[in-house]
Design a protein around this ligand. Structure first.
Ligand SMILES: O=C(O)CCC(=O)C(=O)O
Ligand SMILES: [Fe+2]
Length: 186
């Protein structure tokens, strides 16, 4: 597991460098603003039981949400159930199954990347629907270091598109989100 953590962290950091280049920034931009100083990765191992509830209610394996950080690298055992909504502002939500590609990660954009890019990169709204089959997944959340300030990138705002979010320290943002989700700070 320790090895997996190191490798997925390294893949995540490389992906973030590519995202920086795609945003017309220096390859090391996110390193230079302290996002990885030191890195703040969290690996969550998930098991969804196979039994379906006998009630008629729609029961979720994971209800609709977006992840909080920069990006999430998700590995699954290939059992379906993960769905994404590509236009989260449009209601009702339209959900699409995510196809499993053997040996590939599923990468979700997180909410702090959305804040950094002023919504140019939208965080991925996703959920897991039960399929009556046992399912395992490993989600690696790559969050900015708690001291890193997440503020609108210069390349993502202009006079006509001003910053939509004020600057915030990553740790403060994460605490707010955890409080809202679990009712307590960490
Ligand atoms: O198990 C999955 O495929 C997704 C898990 C997830 O979205 C999460 O833990 O945030
Ligand atoms: Fe998630």
């Amino acid at each position: 597991m320790e090895d997996y953590y190191k490798q997925v962290l390294s893949a995540g950091e490389r992906l973030i460098s590519l995202i920086a280049l795609a945003l017309d920034l220096e390859e090391n931009f996110f390193h230079d603003v302290g996002a990885f100083n030191p890195p703040n990765g969290f690996l969550r191992l998930l098991h969804y039981p196979g039994e379906l509830s006998s009630s008629n209610e729609e029961i979720y394996g994971a209800s609709a949400h977006s992840d909080y950080g920069m990006i999430t690298l998700l590995a699954t055992d290939g059992v379906g159930g993960l769905q994404v909504c590509k236009e989260k502002l449009k209601k009702p939500h339209v959900w699409e199954d995510v196809q499993h590609i053997s040996g590939a990660f599923i990468v979700n954009i997180g909410d702090m990347m959305e804040r950094w890019t002023n919504c140019l990169f939208r965080s991925t709204l996703h959920r897991v629907m039960p399929r009556g089959q046992e399912r395992y997944s490993a989600a690696f959340f790559l969050d900015p270091n708690p001291d890193c300030v997440v503020e609108c990138l210069k390349s993502c705002c202009s006079e006509s598109t001003p910053p939509r979010f004020p600057p915030i320290r990553s740790g403060e943002y994460l605490n707010e989100r955890f409080k809202l989700t679990y009712g307590a700070g960490n």
